[in-house]
Write a protein that binds this ligand. Structure first.
Ligand code: NDP
Length: 371
């Protein structure tokens, strides 16, 4: 028992290989993100009137990385399964890295406050609070927006971890329909993220959340390592799905995707052009600022509903024999219900009577006729 625990514990000790993988990965992303071409997108207007320009080249960075990894594997230079093999050590290495980065951000944030930055640095003086929630809204290093960079690293890391689990399960002959569906849905979701990466520039994390341990950990550790729990679980547990179950699972994914992408796209298009048609008709607009038709007329956060259905579709391949693979949809449910409340408070303060009118017209928060 003691020896077993020591063995499991030792797997979590950062190794040279896990440090090399993490630094090589982040180094690649920093270089690719800075030099590869991509659409330049202006972010939200900041409190000092400026706007950050984001270079949306995530899809190209991902494609090039996949090609390079493919070449490395083909030439027997690297093995993709090393990512899954080093899973626990990579997890602890990334955790230590996140703690260090957020400590550095804390120190730099405290100093920038004294330089009179107008970009909403926020210091309460409570170290734990300031380190956890962050001080600066949009810290940059060499022109790279760190928030945008970390979320990209997390989403791409999730895909790479999944690919590595897929490879390992094909080597150990545990590859079956359930694993393939899980892999397919997650791959489509992450690739879609990069196709529509510019939409990220107007999301809550980018426009409202400061960069501290919570976001760094959330992006670098939480996304890749907890969103892939189903993959780890399926590689240890055999689940047989029949074609009807697979079809129903596919349907949940497609419906979730249409709502998720449709709602986010409608809002994005509306912000760019408030007269653009929604579902073929002129948009219903409140106070010239809030969209109240299309998905935004069904519930006030229909995009969250779509995301929750997608999260469920990633877990359904695991069947109903354990709650562990349902960790992601359960976590997302709690997160989005909480976030909806915070966003509601922010919008109510920002839009005042216009928001109250929107709430009267669209009474449902996330789930139509339920909540
Ligand atoms: P939203 O994209 O819904 O953005 C909320 C903002 O949109 C509001 O603050 C307001 O900002 C604007 N807005 C709200 N209602 C309207 C309206 N009717 N008309 C016009 N503008 C409106 O929230 P998030 O950034 O939280 O989420 C973005 C996506 O990311 C979602 O699909 C979500 O599911 C997903 N997500 C996924 C997570 C995961 O772990 N998988 C975690 C978090 C989010 P403004 O002041 O600009 O008007």
């Amino acid at each position: 028992m003691g020896a077993g625990l020591t063995f499991v514990g030792s797997a979590f000790v950062p190794s040279w290989s896990s440090v090399t993988i993490l630094l090589a990965y982040l180094g690649y992303l920093a270089i690719a993100g800075s030099v590869l071409p991509g659409k330049l997108v202006a972010g939200a207007v900041l409190s000092d009137g400026s706007r950050i320009i984001y270079r949306c080249n995530g899809l190209l960075s991902l494609s090039l990385l996949v090609v390079l990894l493919g070449l490395g594997v083909g030439l027997n230079f690297i093995s993709l399964s090393v990512i899954a093999d080093s899973g626990p050590a990579l997890l602890s290495t990334t955790l230590v890295f996140s703690i260090l980065v957020s400590l550095i951000l804390h120190v730099v944030g405290c100093k920038s406050r004294h330089k009179g930055s107008s970009l909403r640095p926020h210091v309460t003086g409570n170290f734990i609070h300031d380190w956890w929630f962050g001080i600066q809204l949009n810290p940059h290093v060499l022109g790279v927006d760190l928030k945008f960079f970390f979320v990209r690293a997390g989403m791409m890391g999730w895909l790479l971890l999944n690919l590595s689990i897929l490879l390992k399960s094909s080597q150990t002959r545990s590859l079956n329909l359930a694993m393939m569906l899980y892999q397919l849905f997650c791959a489509l979701y992450t690739i879609d993220y990069f196709v529509y990466e510019e939409y990220m520039t107007s999301t809550w994390d980018i426009i409202a959340e400061r960069l501290g341990f919570m976001l760094v950990f959330g992006d670098l550790v939480w996304i890749p390592f907890t969103f892939s729990i189903q993959g780890w679980w399926l590689s240890e547990n055999k689940v047989e799905m029949n074609k009807w179950e697979a079809l129903a699972n596919g349907l949940v994914f497609v419906v979730g995707y249409c709502i998720f992408r449709g709602a986010n796209k409608q809002k994005h298009d509306f912000k760019k052009n408030p007269t653009a048609p929604i579902w073929g008709a002129p948009p219903k607009v409140i106070g010239g600022k809030l969209l109240a038709s299309g998905y935004w007329g069904v519930s006030r956060h229909c995009n969250y509903l779509g995301d929750l259905l997608l999260a469920l579709s990633f877990s359904l391949p695991c069947g109903a024999i354990s709650i562990i693979p349902y960790f992601y949809p359960i976590y997302l449910f709690v997160l989005l219900v909480w976030r909806e409340r915070r966003d509601e408070a922010r919008c109510s303060q920002k839009y005042k009577e216009t928001w109250a009118e929107y709430c009267r017209l669209v009474p449902w928060r996330i789930f139509p006729y339920v909540y």
